[in-house]
Design a protein around this ligand. Structure first.
Ligand code: ATP
Ligand code: MG
Length: 129
């Protein structure tokens, strides 16, 4: 997912390009505003944490670009490598967050952290599929 800050800053093309040039395929792309219920389901693992409220407010504040990326079984792992660490302060140069972000809360992208998470998250964002 390209988060609201990525859309606001005009970085969607740059983010997609960095993933697409690895050979992974974008099988679905949709821009939309995420509603609160979908956001809370998406980030259910973080419920109760100090930053949860801020996280939901952030992810629902303006349009995001939800993407399904298709490739080998470990596609999620490749995408997360391209994204870089959660905190841009420790994200390596050459990664999306390392090169383009400076805030842990506005860190431009979300990527599933396992094949199981990817299946769950895609079902949450594309329920009719
Ligand atoms: P994402 O799930 O968005 O891909 P991630 O898997 O790298 O990121 P998570 O630990 O799942 O990181 O945290 C989800 C999101 O919550 C992070 O991307 C970040 O924006 C926010 N977040 C995580 N930790 C903090 C924190 N300590 N303070 C503020 N925001 C945080
Ligand atoms: Mg995560």
């Amino acid at each position: 997912m390209c988060k609201p800050d990525a859309v606001e800053r005009g970085l969607v093309g740059e983010i997609i390009r960095r993933i697409e040039i690895t050979g992974l395929k974008f099988s679905r792309i949709e821009m939309r505003v995420v509603d609160e219920a979908t956001a809370k389901a998406h980030y259910a693992e973080h419920e109760g944490k100090s930053f949860f409220g801020e996280l939901i407010e952030f992810i629902t504040r303006s349009p995001v670009v939800v993407c399904e990326v298709t490739g080998p079984e470990n596609t999620w792992e490749i995408v997360r490598k391209i994204m870089g660490s959660t905190n841009p302060a420790s994200a390596a140069p050459g990664t999306i967050r390392g090169d383009l972000a400076n805030s842990i809360s506005a860190n431009l992208v979300h990527g599933s952290d396992s094949a199981e998470s990817a299946a769950r998250e895609l079902a949450n964002f594309f329920p009719s599929r």
